[in-house]
Write a protein that binds this ligand. Structure first.
Ligand code: ATP
Length: 380
């Protein structure tokens, strides 16, 4: 058993020869560009994923976005890994991917989540969520604007579990100095780039003294390179309480994998739920865009009630990453008008609009915004 665990740890511990700050747009450079068009991988995933992807395609077609999709469907029931391997090869080729959540049905030990496998295989070491309130969405707190920077490939998601003796199960949380540094540096660089003032490291180093201790110590060390950014830290349980009572104290937050999953859901819940906020997975070579809370939404699939905004926002993030700023700005503005001015909201936000009502309104808004311009944004 011990040998098998060590073997499985090896990929997590492999060292990168790239500079830890190679992230800023030098990272994840899109490769598949032919005649001014980009090809990106689309993984619709399960549940509401396929219908949300259809909306993305509809919006892109309408807005004349020069992006082609290579769609790869992954069957959650399949025993083998062929479709997963094909998906990973496609992302390697295209450099960029938009994805829905791929359901992991099996509770059998050793059956890996395909979402986790994609992130690990492509070394997408960091996940970034920009959680910002929409003024048109009624929530307990107004004006939230928090950036979450989450370690994305190790920690509690190492999936190294075994039953050492009958009735005793051990689960390994893996923190490596290298990945802790990459994430911390990413967080501080991101804060610097956006002119943010404060970075908070979230941890449980009072209990997990070695693993979270290393994560915290590493971020403290990295913080010394950014004297103009205030750095503090907070224990995860207090962090959840502070988030719901006074979220405005947070600016940029850095955390390990599982705390990231929890905090993302708390903050997305504070600004309106699972259907609004997008998330980006970055590595040194690839970028994968998806809804921030990574839900499958199986129960609401096919009912025309899913909120399409998180996936549309993920597609806008992707356009910005690809450098299609004109299209990205128009679609983002159309989304904001739809939510804030036209006040069209789906059920999850307390509204009565269907998914397609929202998408059609976004199209109408794009039409207004682009009147008198050609597809490259030049007026005629
Ligand atoms: P799963 O294994 O299905 O991903 P989960 O617990 O991670 O389970 P879901 O059940 O898929 O998450 O989603 C959590 C909640 O968020 C559900 O109530 C779901 O209906 C809701 N939800 C997720 N995505 C959306 C969306 N785009 N629009 C509206 N509601 C959504």
């Amino acid at each position: 058993m011990a040998v098998r665990v060590c073997e499985r740890l090896r990929p997590l511990l492999k060292t990168s020869h790239l500079s830890p700050i190679s992230f800023v747009r030098k990272a994840a450079i899109a490769k598949a560009k032919y005649g001014g068009r980009h090809t990106v991988t689309m993984l619709p995933g399960g549940g509401i994923g396929p219908e949300l992807m259809a909306y993305v395609k509809e919006v892109f077609r309408f807005a004349g976005v020069p992006v082609d999709f290579e769609t790869v469907s992954i069957d959650p029931q399949s025993e083998g890994n062929e479709d997963l391997e094909y998906a990973i090869t496609s992302i390697r080729r295209n450099g960029v991917c938009i994805k829905g959540n791929i359901e992991t049905k099996s509770l059998t030990a050793g059956v890996q989540s395909r979402n986790v496998a994609i992130r690990s295989e492509l070394d997408l070491f960091v996940s970034v969520l920009h959680c910002k309130s929409y003024p048109g969405v009624r929530c307990r707190h107004k004006g939230i604007d928090v950036i979450l920077v989450r370690q994305n490939t190790e920690g509690e998601y190492a999936m190294l579990e075994h039953e050492s003796v009958s009735g005793v199960v051990e689960s390994m949380k893996v923190v490596t100095a290298e990945n802790a540094e990459r994430v911390a540096r990413y967080g501080f660089e991101y804060a610097k780039k956006l002119g943010r003032k404060k970075v908070t490291t979230i941890h449980k180093a009072n209990i997990m003294k070695l693993s979270d201790g290393l994560f915290l110590e590493t971020s403290r060390k990295v913080a010394k390179d950014y004297p103009n950014i205030q750095h503090n830290d907070m224990i995860i349980d207090n962090c959840c309480m502070q988030l719901v009572s006074n979220p405005h104290q947070f600016d940029v937050m850095i955390m390990t994998n599982l705390y990231g999953a929890i905090v993302s859901n708390v903050v997305c819940g504070l600004v309106g739920g699972a259907g609004l906020i997008s998330g980006i997975n970055y590595g040194d070579h690839y970028a994968v865009f998806e809804p921030g809370t990574r839900n499958t939404g199986t129960a609401i699939a096919g009912k025309n009630i899913a909120n399409p905004i998180a996936m549309l926002s993920a597609s806008v993030d992707m356009l910005e990453h690809l450098g299609f700023h004109y299209h990205a700005t128009n679609i983002r503005k159309a989304i904001e008008y739809t939510i804030n001015e036209d006040r069209l909201h789906t059920l999850d936000l307390g509204g009565t609009s269907s998914s397609t009502d929202i998408v059609h309104n976004v199209l109408k808004r794009i039409e207004k915004l682009t009147e008198g311009h050609n597809w490259m944004g030049k007026s005629y």
